[in-house]
Design a protein around this ligand. Sequence first.
Ligand code: NAD
Ligand code: LMR
Length: 341
Amino acid sequence: MVKVAILGASGGVGQPLSLLLKLSPYVSELALYDIRAAEGIGRDLSHINTNSNCVGYDKDSIESSLTNAQVVLIPAGVPRKPGLTRDDLFKMNAGIVKSLVTAVGNFAPNARILVISNPVNSLVPIAVETLKKMGKFKPGNVMGVTNLDLVRAETFLVDYLMLKDPKVGQEQDKTTMHKKVTVIGGHSGETIIPIITDKSLVFQLDRQYERFIHRVQFGGDEIVKAKQGAGSATLSMAFAGAKFAEEVLRSFHNEKPETESLSAFVYLPGLKNGKRAQQLVADNSIEYFSLPIVLQNGSIASIDTSILENLSPREEQLVDTAVKELHKNIQKGKSFILDSS
Ligand code: NAD
Ligand code: LMR
């Protein structure tokens, strides 16, 4: 059985994520850590009659929350307000993630680390470089959670098909669209690249295709605007994060993934990958990219780069635009660790 720790468990993402993982049959122990309120939230969830134990830890008890944890989710940090980009969160969240990952390196060095906090494109490099510096880095264990982009793509693809032709839209099932679409790249604006793998649907979308791409890329902004200063996506993120964590947990039991083409933002050089991914690294000095992953025993065993082999000219264009921004985001994260003593 698996102990899961959530760092930042009292937040807008952390609380519903904790609830969903308390409901998971794959979790035996759920440790909730935050600098505020986690003890109470843990006690609250501990009354739910699922078979896992749930304990909340106060700000001085991070070691106990992490000891023996095999999976650690990190949604700690400041969310966006209208007018802010994810990159604007860097100055607040970089230090938070660095200190939490240092604690994971010290107290749960074998844990799989799922980074939710933004900007994912820079904070995953911070996590990786922090662990490398500690001599604790295991390439398959660090994953940037980009699954909300896939969840959105599944939803919006059906919405736009419906708009184009209600007859075609009604034939689709939002819960199985991951068989027809995936999302690669990064997790911010134009670094988010939705790829419709069932090309007949691109044809069906017709002029809605560009609107679909734009909505997946900027879906986060839509929520920030609608929440009017009260934060960003929390409930849909908790759903996407719990789904992603469940796939990691299922792989401990050798269970087949439920989601086809589940992607994560990963450090490419450390993982088994295809020729096209190696070319991506070589041509653009890009060390990180979100791509479909193959999980084994909770870790990434390999990444599936086949998606990169069959891109349309429009998709190639999206990749070219994404790598330029990603390059800056990644460097910013790396420098934060490498330039500090
Ligand atoms: P929030 O402000 O509601 O919650 C953040 C929580 O982090 C708070 O409870 C706070 O006390 C805690 N925290 C701060 N510093 C901490 C530390 N050092 N140790 C432990 N806990 C700490 O914010 P939110 O809406 O839950 O969003 C959290 C983060 O998740 C943001 O950075 C947001 O941008 C990001 N996010 C990412 C995605 C994604 O797709 N990857 C989606 C939604 C939100
Ligand atoms: C999202 O995509 O909803 C999150 O990254 C939060 C945000 O800042 O938009």
